[in-house]
Design a protein around this ligand. Sequence first.
Ligand code: NDP
Length: 277
Amino acid sequence: MNIAQYAVFGHPINHSKSPLIHKAFARQTGQNIDYTAQDVPAEQFDTALENFIKQGGKGLNCTVPLKELAFQRADKLTARAHLAKAVNTLIVNDDGSISGDNTDGIGLVTDLMDNHQIELQGRNILILGAGGASRGIIAPLLEQKPARLHIANRTVSKAEQLANEFSSISPTTGSGFKELAGLQFDLIINATSASLSNQLPPLPEHLLSAEGSCYDLAYANTDTAFVSWGKQQSAKKSIDGLGMLVEQAAEAFFLWRQQRPETRTVIQQLDAERKNV
Ligand code: NDP
């Protein structure tokens, strides 16, 4: 029997944890699948996807810089992928058509609420950054009915534009970082890529409310600059995006295999491994 083929495409891809995560899910649920990581620059995406499908590919994860291309290539889109204008999961259907979904937002919400018991309903939430990741998490966060969602970005017009787009779902505001002075939030989510170069957006004092929490979408083997900032602000919880990575993968695995894997042991395993590096 042929083994069902799955993969993650991205560039660069050599540090991807996705093969490890999906192989753990497959073992756990008794599914006979193969999952590989393939280095695919944007200009090779169409050809690589075609070859992957010819070789029996059933599903694909797409990461930087391919999420917008995957969005354009999908024949059908879920509502959340449509809103995100980015796709991280492709499903190759039996009739050859390709469905696109975005599981990043639900991955974040599941990690926040189920794994860390961080309430979202009625809370004041701040998102730092207005790039692709921000766009993917806004609608799933709004679904949880926060009291307020504000987006702050270095390029102010991008924050304002995103806020405008999502205001039809629920009031959402946008600004630069300077305008954050005097404001307070219960949850601050860092969706900038600043952590990847160990930098921090310029944040005013007292931005985090007492008992507030911080969440960095980026993850690393040691505290990111933003996780450290959260700890300095006495955040109740200050955590990075490792759990989101595993949860978005679990949602993709469910879409492909109709089996929901258990995520906690996989998060614990990855967390233990990174502490030993
Ligand atoms: P993009 O390149 O699309 O956006 C980057 C954003 O970061 C922009 O808003 C940019 O501002 C801002 N930015 C970059 N550098 C700085 C800086 N030094 N100071 C302030 N703002 C800065 O990236 P993505 O949205 O795709 O990714 C953002 C982060 O989310 C990355 O760290 C990525 O690894 C992480 N991520 C994690 C996931 C997970 O599963 N845990 C899933 C998806 C993403 P400007 O617009 O002004 O340029």
